[in-house]
Design a binder for this molecule. Structure first.
Ligand code: THU
Length: 142
């Protein structure tokens, strides 16, 4: 899978802007994410923390929710870029991997940072043998 340089630039710009809007008074760790839809639109999100810690929303899930809420049909991310203002890339947490998997198991994932080395991978590699919508349907009681 391949992402056009211009799309990658747009994703990076959107994710960086989103990171500046992060609500992270507890961790002081801002994260920005941007999801590219099949129709070429970019949807960004930042992490939104909560005093009760467990209710914190990660940037990737926020970006995915923005894509869905915008009315994209299908609500399918072709690529998601995660940006952290760190020297090395930051991997998405397990919960975010699972949420992205719901919408595109083959999604391209780009991990960008302030250092020179970005990582380009796929959700399939980040979350192999995942539980998905089909598994849920298979287990449904009659
Ligand atoms: N965070 C994300 O936004 N995405 C991830 O995939 C990992 C963690 C956020 C949650 C929290 O606000 C902060 O980073 C520190 O864990």
């Amino acid at each position: 899978m391949f992402i056009q340089p211009d799309d990658r630039r747009r994703l990076l710009e959107a994710a960086k802007l989103a990171a500046t809007r992060a609500y992270c008074p507890y961790s002081r760790f801002p994260v920005g994410a941007a999801a590219l839809s099949g129709s070429g639109n970019v949807h960004a999100g930042c992490n939104v923390e909560n005093a009760s810690s467990g209710l914190t929303i990660c940037a990737e899930r926020n970006a995915m929710a923005q894509l869905v809420a915008s009315g994209e049909s299908p609500p399918r991310p072709v690529a998601v870029l995660v940006y952290t203002p760190t020297p090395t890339p930051t991997a998405p947490c397990g919960a975010c991997r699972q949420v992205l998997h719901e919408f595109n198991p083959d999604c391209l994932v780009v991990l960008a940072c302030d250092g020179p080395d970005a990582i380009e991978t796929t959700l399939d590699r980040l979350l192999p043998a995942a539980f998905g919508p089909a598994d849920r349907d298979r287990g449904r009681l009659a």
